[in-house]
Design a protein around this ligand. Sequence first.
Ligand code: MG
Length: 303
Amino acid sequence: MFSVLFILILPKPVKGLNYPFITEFMKIKGLIILGMFFISELEAQKRESITLSQEDIEEIEATTTELYRDLNRVTPGKKGAPPSDAIILFDGSSLDQWQKPFFDYSESMTDYAERLPLLKEGAHITRPADWKLEGGDLVVVPGTGHLVTKELFGDVQLHIEWLTPKDISKRGQDYSNSGLFFMGLYEIQILNSFDNETYSNGQAGAIYKQHIPLVNATKPPGNWQEFDIIFNSPKFSESGDILNPARITVFHNGVLIQNNVYLTGPTCYIGQAYYVKHPEKLPILLQNHGNPVRFRNIWARKL
Ligand code: MG
């Protein structure tokens, strides 16, 4: 293409050479090539615009291994911004998508075994969210309790940005602890894990007490960090047997830290987890662990 244009814009024969017919010939040749190029482009566009009839598709699918499906078109967001089909859970403007929990996680399975069977399906309206909105960030207010989404989720893709403030007086699990609980039950730990010793299955990005992150992709405290998560909810039989355990994939600052791991049950601080049947959809919970952790740009896509 560029060579053709080059030929076309040649102003005159090269100095010292006096073969004008060669230049003319090259110009004509260039025009022919350019013409052919445009014709082939038009034909390509014409080919692309042809849509197959339903009959054609059925025949192709019946006789080959090719599949034709109308996929929803999604426009990706730029640099962590929500894609076109995301549910915006927090964009810095309000806490409208959040409220106080109607239930939350437990320390041990004894408590879960009593409470989870009592959980009712569907949305629950509770009290308004009471964390701080500060400079477009959502900030944990110690002593106020957890927050949950009003929207209920089962399988979901989630993006969340969080910041653990620098506080050199803090150590271990007390250093900017929060957490992201899918269904209010299954925690991915949020913590300062940059030069802050604690148990590995309780550091940032751990599926708390169940799966250690593959690597430590943490930034120093005071920096914004990202989780991109795929959560597949557990599936139960009518009688309450677990059919498919919950699975989680987590990217921390773009680095894979949990690779489709199976959960053994809801998050327990004490003892071993096991499954107890609960509703198919429940809210996402942000943990108030008494530290002023900050959040921004939270969005989800139901799967
Ligand atoms: Mg936590």
